[in-house]
Write a protein that binds this ligand. Structure first.
Ligand code: GSH
Length: 229
């Protein structure tokens, strides 16, 4: 008997935090998908470029890429929007909250995780040998300030935007990479630490993050202490 391949394809990378976002969201929603991990070489580069990545994302040449029949998309945030439209609640798990204002706030938090918090972590990628340098110290301080801001949100709710949403997925993955690069959260933000455990214990999150950590370990690279199980 021939097996019908899932309609949806996701192209990600073994250490792609943006790809992991999409994988987690698809698993949370229970969407059947076929995963292609693009080649990864030492030096944190995805080479050679996969032909489908070049076709769908020719300028940026980045993962994740999602292909679903005649829809082909790049950018994790754009893919989140598509997944919620294509697999809407109540049949599929809602990953945006109900209510226009709540959804807008959740979208903003999702975007801030990628565009406000994560750029500090990207700076640290190139400063691993100079963590005492002024730019590294400034990037770590910016991460700490962002953690404090999220700690404030969690005073009144379990997840960043109320219910569990794409915003939590995005920020969780950004936090994993921040920790890897020396800007992890501390006891100064206990609610955020509890949030990290809450999100990290979700089966969909573990199903993506655990193999990623195994990959890191297989390469002799450090695994964040909170993910050493
Ligand atoms: N804004 C994009 C960022 C995607 C991105 O930076 N992808 C990285 C991997 S995490 C990549 O493919 N890098 C390979 C390269 O730039 O050559 C998104 O949200 O998907």
């Amino acid at each position: 008997m021939t097996k019908t391949p899932p309609a949806t394809r996701i192209l990600s990378g073994p250490l792609s935090m943006f790809g992991a976002k999409v994988q987690i969201a698809a698993l949370e929603k229970g969407i059947p998908f076929e995963l292609t991990m693009v080649p990864f070489i030492a030096g944190d580069a995805y080479e050679p470029k996969h032909p489908d990545v070049l076709r769908v994302n020719p300028v940026k040449q980045q993962v994740p890429v999602l292909i679903d029949a005649d829809v082909a998309l790049f950018d994790s945030t754009q893919i989140f929007e598509y997944l919620e439209d294509r697999y809407p609640p109540p049949e599929w798990l809602a990953l945006w909250p109900e209510g226009i204002a709540e959804r807008a706030r959740a979208r903003q938090l999702e975007q801030k995780a990628d565009e406000v918090f994560f750029p500090n972590v990207i700076k640290l990628f190139g400063l691993q040998e100079a963590m005492q340098s002024a730019p590294a110290v400034a990037a770590c301080a910016a991460c700490a300030r962002y953690y404090e801001e999220m700690e404030g949100l969690l005073a009144t709710r379990e997840y960043l935007a109320g219910p569990y949403t794409f915003a939590d997925i995005a920020f969780y993955m950004a936090c994993v990479f921040a920790d890897r690069k020396g800007a992890g959260m501390t006891d100064a933000t206990p609610r955020l630490l509890a949030w990290r455990t809450r999100v990290g214990d979700r089966p969909a999150v573990r199903a993506v993050v655990d193999p990623m950590m195994r990959f890191l370990a297989s390469q002799g690279r450090g695994v964040p202490a909170f993910l050493q199980r």
